[in-house]
Structures are given as structure tokens and as C-alpha cells.
Design a protein around this ligand. Structure first.
Ligand SMILES: NC(=O)c1ccc[n+]([C@@H]2O[C@H](COP(=O)([O-])OP(=O)(O)OC[C@H]3O[C@@H](n4cnc5c(N)ncnc54)[C@H](O)[C@@H]3O)[C@@H](O)[C@H]2O)c1
Length: 384
């Protein structure tokens, strides 16, 4: 049994996603478990160097998770041929420039979404990666959520029959920061800093819709900035001029209609922070982050509209839960493991790459265009 080391420059890991999901739940956890075992019996061991602006934070983070290497000199890290991968989870607006630098330095790329703020940049990155022949991947974590994986199994089983429609509800209340601290970074609410929920979330919805239901043909999106002023972590008031809610409808191939509300200004009264309700001719399903429930046509109750009588049916009780027949690891870790297998040559095709990332940005940009121009926007095929 041989151990194959894979050196990874991990950038932006002092941030929320980089630290919690990518460093702690994924790379540090994989290292603690002895690496990723390949079918050949060999083991892939990720060896990260943490990069960022603040040496003290990087040092503390590295120490806390048993990592030897950190640096505030990204250029030097990119120049080191022993580290073959560049990973980025820094703020969105920096991403395209960072990935360009890393591709120029010959690195393979793995990064958070969105891959860029504009479609032109996202396509350019995908083309550069193709031209350089590097390996590349983009985080598409929602596909690896247990709830979505169960939903996919339900769909593939044929249980739903012909799918008619999908209703997605995503979001929760993000506190304004004055009377309770906000639970998301302030840049998310500033247009000039790469904020905005349409750019943030529609790139997720592209791969979720595409991989679960069918290709997205067209989008109609209404954005809103419901809370125009917020307070940052230092107590400074700022103009929150980015969109903080998006009400979008998508036409999918096969005539499926999907509606997804994404909002940082909604209070949750549903099964989970995201839910997808799918209705088909033979059955329906509702998926949350972890769970999935189904209702077959033979189990469908028959309500009768009568506003004079309080509802007698407990609608939630008329659904069955899909059991946990498999073990579902953390979705970010599952995708990291697959990317490491891809780097090691065990997984030849890695479909969630910069091209898929560009399709996500394409949907976000089309959503913004639809909002601005108050019309449906069709999505042409992307040629990379
Ligand atoms: N996959 C998902 O579900 C998911 C969820 C949330 C965020 N994200 C994405 O992850 C990325 C980070 O989001 P976050 O919520 O962790 O943000 P964050 O603000 O918590 O972290 C941002 C990181 O970028 C670094 N950074 C910011 N400005 C910088 C600069 N000028 N130079 C160098 N470093 C800088 C910060 O130090 C920090 O490490 C975003 O692109 C976002 O779209 C993905």
C-alpha cells in the first residue's frame, strides 16, 4: 500500500465556509481518518498549506487542526511545484482573479461557487482550464445532501411518474446586526463587494435542477432588497444595496416548472432550511437537507374546501419518510473525496467542474437580467 501525497494551497479558510466545511469537516477530517483509500489499496493524503491575509489567524487555525504549513505569501505558495492544487473559498469578488493566477501557475483547481461574478469571467476560467489541460472542480454541495440524494433515488425509482412541478423554499431570517448580530458576513449584502442572493443562490439552483430534474431552459426572476440597511460586526451601519431575496421561476426540459424562493428575510415554518416539493402524476416528494418524505397517489387524502370547518386532515401525517438505508457523509467532504480520487486517477470524469460552475453563473446572470428587464430570459447552450 502506497501513500500518495496531494499538496493543496487552501485559500480563504479563515472564512465561514472555508474553515467549517472545507478545512475542518473535509480536509482535516480526511487526514484524521488516514486519507482516502483508493480501490487499488493506495491512500491519497491531502497535505494543505493554509493561505490568507492574517498570519495570526492562519497560524492558530493550522495549529488547532494539526496542520504544519501556513503562509500569507500566496505567490510563493503558488510557485511551489510540490503543491499541485489551488483551492479557494475566499469572498466571491476575488475568485476569478485568484483562479486565473493559480491556473497560470499550473495548479489544478477546486473552488467554491460562484466561480466568478460575471458569465464572461466564468467562461474564460473554464476555457483557460481546458486549454491548460488541468483538473478542476467546483463545489456543488447540495447534490451530496442526504435529502437530495434520497429525492434523486425516489425520482430514479419512477415513484413520482411524470414530474409536473418543483417548489423550492430556501432561506431564513438573517439578523440585521443591530439588536442581534448577523449570522452571515456583511459583504453578502453589499453589491460592490460581490453580494446579492441571486448570484449566491441561482448558481446552486442550476446544478440542483440540472442534475435532479432536467436542463434549465428559461428563467423569470424578481429580486428584492427588503432590508436596505444593516449593521456589520464592528457595529457600523451600512447600506445593504444587494438583493436579499429572489423569487424565481424556471422552465425545465420535459415541461417541468420549478419555482424557487431564496430569501434572507423569511422566518422558517417548514421542514428544513431548504425544501423541495416535487409533484408528479403518480406521487409527490418533499426533500429537506437530511430527510425526504413521499406520498403515493393511492395514499393521497381527498380534502374538500370548506372554510367553515377547521381542517380535519393532519397533512404532515399523510407522508412517509424515506429511510436512511445508506450512510451519508458530510456533503462537502463527499465531494472533496471524489475530487481527490479524480486527482489520483481513480475517477476519470469529474462533472462538477469550471464548466458546470460557469453554467451556474449563467443562470445567476440571466436571473439578474430577467429582474432588470422584467422578462423571461432563455439560456443558450454554453460553448466552452
Ligand atoms: N457552497 C455553499 O453552500 C456556500 C455557502 C456559503 C458561502 N459560499 C461561498 O463561499 C465563499 C466564502 O463565503 P463565506 O460565507 O465563507 O465568507 P466569509 O466572509 O466568511 O469568508 C471569506 C474569506 O475570504 C477572505 N477575504 C475576504 N476579503 C479578502 C481579501 N481582500 N484578500 C484576501 N482574503 C480575503 C476572508 O479573510 C475570509 O477568509 C463565497 O464565494 C460564497 O459564495 C458557499
Amino acid at each position: 500500500m502506497a501513500e500518495k501525497r496531494i499538496g493543496i494551497v487552501m485559500n480563504g479558510v479563515t472564512g465561514r465556509m472555508g474553515m467549517n466545511q472545507h478545512l475542518i469537516r473535509s480536509i482535516a477530517a480526511i487526514r484524521a481518518d488516514g486519507g482516502v483509500r483508493l480501490k487499488s489499496g493506495d491512500v491519497v493524503m491531502p497535505d494543505p498549506i493554509l493561505t490568507g491575509r492574517n498570519g495570526d489567524k492562519l497560524q492558530a487555525l493550522a495549529k488547532a487542526h494539526g496542520i504544519d504549513r501556513w503562509s500569507t505569501d500566496l505567490d510563493a505558495a503558488l510557485a511551489d511545484p510540490k503543491d499541485e492544487v489551488f483551492f479557494d473559498a475566499a469572498a466571491t469578488r476575488l475568485r476569478a482573479g485568484l483562479i486565473r493566477r493559480a491556473i497560470a501557475a499550473g495548479k489544478n483547481i477546486y473552488c467554491e461557487k460562484p466561480t466568478a461574478e460575471t458569465l464572461a469571467d466564468a467562461v474564460d476560467l473554464a476555457r483557460l482550464a481546458k486549454a491548460e489541460g488541468i483538473m478542476h472542480g467546483v463545489v456543488q454541495d447540495k447534490l451530496f445532501l442526504p435529502g437530495l440524494r434520497k429525492l434523486k433515488m425516489v425520482i430514479d425509482s419512477g415513484f413520482l411518474g411524470r414530474i409536473l412541478s418543483v417548489r423550492g423554499e430556501f432561506g431564513y431570517w438573517v439578523f440585521e446586526g443591530d439588536w442581534q448580530p448577523a449570522q452571515r458576513p456583511a459583504w453578502n449584502y453589499k453589491a460592490a463587494e460581490g453580494g446579492g442572493i441571486i448570484l449566491d443562490m441561482l448558481c446552486h439552483w442550476r446544478y440542483v435542477l440540472e442534475n435532479t430534474f432536467g436542463a434549465v431552459k428559461s428563467v423569470s426572476c424578481l429580486g428584492a432588497t427588503h432590508i436596505p440597511e444593516r449593521v456589520d460586526d464592528d457595529g457600523t451601519r451600512y447600506a445593504a444595496d444587494a438583493d436579499d431575496a429572489a423569487y424565481a421561476t424556471f422552465e425545465l426540459e420535459g415541461g417541468i416548472i420549478a419555482q424557487i424562493n431564496s430569501s434572507w428575510c423569511t422566518r422558517v415554518r417548514r421542514d428544513d432550511l431548504v425544501t423541495f416539493h416535487v409533484d408528479g402524476t403518480h406521487g409527490s416528494a418533499v426533500a429537506g437537507l437530511h430527510k425526504c418524505w413521499t406520498q403515493a397517489r393511492v395514499n393521497t387524502p381527498k380534502p374538500v374546501w370548506n372554510p367553515d370547518v377547521p381542517q380535519t386532515i393532519d397533512f404532515f401525517a399523510t407522508w412517509d419518510e424515506v429511510p436512511d438505508n445508506a450512510v451519508y457523509p458530510n456533503g462537502f467532504r463527499a465531494q472533496w473525496e471524489m475530487f481527490l480520487r479524480h486527482l489520483a486517477g481513480e475517477v476519470p470524469e469529474f462533472p462538477w467542474n469550471l464548466e458546470a460552475g460557469a453554467r451556474g453563473v449563467q443562470l445567476a446572470e440571466a436571473g439578474i437580467q430577467s429582474w432588470r428587464e422584467r422578462r423571461w430570459v432563455d439560456l443558450p447552450d454554453l460553448v466552452i
